[in-house]
Every structure is written in C-alpha cells, then in structure tokens.
Design a protein around this ligand. Structure first.
Ligand code: NAD
Ligand code: TYD
Length: 353
C-alpha cells in the first residue's frame, strides 16, 4: 500500500491518544497510523480494542527516552509526521516523583525531535505536532483567560516539564526551521480516562460507595472539555494549522471542583436509583494538593476564528455520556486498575487528614 502519510502517534494507548488514534484510523484510510507507546500504568491497549485489527493501524511498544526505539520505528515505517502525546500526565504523581516527568516529557520530546530532524529532509511537508496543556500558563485569579500570548508561569513539576518541552519545540522551529505545531488544551474528560484524574475517580468511588476526596476547600476551578472535541481540534490543527503556530483549546466550561463533584454525585443518584443527596454524603475534604493552582480558563478565540473549531457538545450531555460509559464498562475499569493504582491512591490520600 502506498500510504499518503505515515503518522507516528506517541502515547496512543493513553486517554487522549487513544481517541486521536481512533479518529485518524477511521477518518483517514489512506494514512498509516503507528501508535508508539511504552504502556506505562496509564497506557492500555484495552483502550483500542475496537480498531486493533484495522489495516491502517500498527502498534509499536517503545519508549521515547530510548533513542534506538525511536530510530527503529522511523526506519521501519518511514514516518512522515508525528503527533506527540506521550507524557507523564498526572500532577499528583509529579509532586511525589518529578524525575519521570523530566525524562518522558522533556528528554523524550527532544529525543523524538532529534530523530525526526535527522531523518526528515524537511522538504516533504512533514509535521511535528506537540500536544500540551494550559497548565504551562500558571494559575488565574477570579478573572481573565489564558491566551496564546500569555507568559509561561508553570507551578507544578508536571506543568514545568510540559512548559520546558513546549520551549524546546519552539526553539527547534526557530533554530532549525523544524516544522512544528503546538496546542495547549484545558482539562479533558470522557471515556477511557484512567481513574486517578478527578472525573473518573469520582465516578468510580461514587459507584463503589467510597470517599469522594476533595483537595482543600474545593473552590479551585477547572475548564472541562470533552475528549472527542479535543481530538477533533487536533485533527483540524494537524491538517490546517500553520507551521510554527500555537493554538489554545478550551471548553468555556468552568466548574469549581466541589460543584462538579456534587453534580456527578447527583447524576449517580438518579442513574443508580439512590435517594436524592445520598451519594453527596461520600464527599470528604482532605489536605490540599501542594501548590494547587487556583483556576484555569482558556481564550479559544484563535482556533475558533482561524480554523472554525468550537466544542460540539454541552457539558450536561458529555458528563452524562461519560458516566454512562463508566457504568457500562466496569470490566475495562477493573482491568486498568489492576496495576499499581490502588496502592498509589491509598498511599497518597486515603486517611491522610
Ligand atoms: P495519559 O497519562 O492518559 O497517557 C499518556 C500515554 O503516554 C500513556 O499511554 C503512556 O503509556 C504513554 N507514555 C508515557 N511515557 C512514555 C514514554 N516514555 N514513551 C512512550 N510512551 C509513554 O495522558 P493523557 O491525559 O491522554 O494526555 C496525553 C497528552 O495530552 C499529554 O502530553 C498531556 O500533557 C496532554 N494534555 C492532557 C490533558 C488532560 O486533561 N488529560 C489536557 C491537556 C493536555
Ligand atoms: P486532576 O484531574 O488531577 O487534573 P489537574 O490537576 O491536571 O487539573 O484534578 C482536577 C482538579 O480536581 C484539581 O483542582 C485537583 C482536584 N482533585 C481533587 O479535589 N480530588 C481528587 O481526588 C483529584 C484527583 C483531583
């Protein structure tokens, strides 16, 4: 088969990566999609069962910290483009163990660019698209939004590692004319998210009558975007975004953690036929996260006006769909948490305060 493009999607077995892989495999039969993933605790091939036999899909187990793994996959598949999602992604883990974040997020990103830069002759319209987070911009007060021009001010080891990788990616564009694109997105939610992040953790604990642990006073604010809307934005930026440019992606959907968790609890009451207010009683306030960022909010006007992207579904629908998905996929959940999840969660937070 003469592939139009061969796209290496790193971190394709993770939460967002699996949605991006699925979208590209289904939408672009002329592209070969190579999912390159180390399969850490957060990566799971269960996330891609439905497309694993597609003729334009390949999985390669590999580590972006190992230069030989990267060279091998570039040589074997003649990679033409990269969409780079592989990363350590959980702020709490970055607080208890920052070095993994430096290695995968910073060193791994530079390794990938070095191989691509050596292999690509930069005459073939190659694209290296780096997926990043709004957390690089720091923390907002009660008003204001992160724009593409907002100065970087990362405050957790996770966001510092992502900010560092963003800087390297931009430096490669300016220094070597390396063909990069970057997007910075707000908090994603949806199916296949590992249940250590707020929404799937709360659903899982609510259903199982466990504590719903809120850090601090619960008034920290996040902007939530449905993961498939993020994947659609990535598709658009990959195809239509300009080389060298950055795009912010957000949901215009801000929630305090406490209100969001109450909403999840109320939906679970309805869906499981519990008495109104029953699940809320599981809420427990625990010691705050160190350096906990107060508020994130995105000004997504650039991607809206230049590329015509807006979120496709409202939060009510997205959250209900997500809760239904977790209720209907308890087997998936049991499989992905059979690793180090329980001990991590229990060691870090249960009974801490
Ligand atoms: P995730 O933790 O669910 O998945 C990360 C994937 O990367 C896993 O499959 C893991 O096995 C793989 N990986 C980790 N280290 C690797 C290495 N050294 N080599 C190869 N593979 C490795 O993460 P996610 O939530 O899907 O996030 C994906 C990307 O999007 C990350 O770069 C993250 O910073 C960014 N992002 C996430 C969010 C969010 O809300 N989750 C928001 C904005 C941006
Ligand atoms: P998280 O899903 O870890 O994403 P991020 O820290 O990258 O925004 O957390 C979202 C918010 O929820 C954040 O303000 C921390 C808070 N939180 C809790 O209150 N309890 C929890 O158990 C978790 C995992 C998060």
């Amino acid at each position: 088969m003469n592939w139009e493009k061969v796209i290496l999607i790193t971190g394709g077995a993770g939460f967002i990566g699996s949605h991006v892989v699925r979208l590209f495999v289904k939408s672009y039969p002329n592209y070969r999609v190579v999912n390159f993933d180390k399969l850490t605790y957060a990566g799971n091939l269960e996330n891609l069962k439905d497309i694993e036999n597609a003729t334009n899909y390949e999985f390669v187990k590999g580590d972006i910290c190992e230069i030989d793994d990267i060279i091998d996959v570039f040589e074997k598949y003649k990679v033409t483009d990269v969409i780079h999602l592989a990363a350590e992604s959980h702020v709490d883990r970055s607080i208890s163990g920052p070095m993994e974040f430096v290695l995968s997020n910073v060193v791994g990103t530079v390794n990938l660019m070095n191989v691509a830069k050596n292999v690509w002759k930069l005459i073939d319209n190659n694209v290296f698209y780096h997926i990043s987070t709004d957390e690089v911009y720091g923390s907002l007060g009660d008003i204001g939004y992160f724009k593409e021009t907002t100065s970087y001010d990362p405050r957790s080891p996770y966001s510092a590692s992502k900010a560092s990788s963003d800087h390297f990616v931009r430096a490669y564009f300016h220094t070597y004319n390396f063909p990069i694109k970057i997007s910075n997105c707000s908090n994603n939610y949806g199916s296949y998210q590992f249940p250590e992040k707020l929404i799937p953790l709360m659903i899982h604990n609510a259903v199982n009558k466990k504590d719903l642990p809120i850090y601090g006073n619960g008034l920290n604010i996040r902007d939530w975007l449905w993961v498939e809307d993020h994947a659609n934005a990535i598709d658009l930026i990959f195809h239509k975004g300009k080389i060298g440019e950055t795009y912010n992606i957000g949901g215009l959907n801000e929630w305090t953690n406490i209100n969001l968790v109450k909403k999840i609890a109320n939906i679970i009451d309805e869906k499981l036929g519990r008495q109104a207010g029953e699940t809320e009683k599981q809420i427990t306030f625990i010691k705050d996260r160190a350096g906990h960022d107060k508020r994130y909010a995105i000004d997504a006007s650039k991607i809206e006006s230049e590329l015509g992207w807006t979120p496709s579904i409202d939060f009510e629908t997205g959250l209900n769909n997500t809760i239904d998905w977790y209720l209907n996929n308890s087997e998936w959940l049991e499989k992905v948490i059979s690793g180090d999840y329980q001990s991590y969660y229990e060691n870090q937070y249960l009974n801490r305060d």
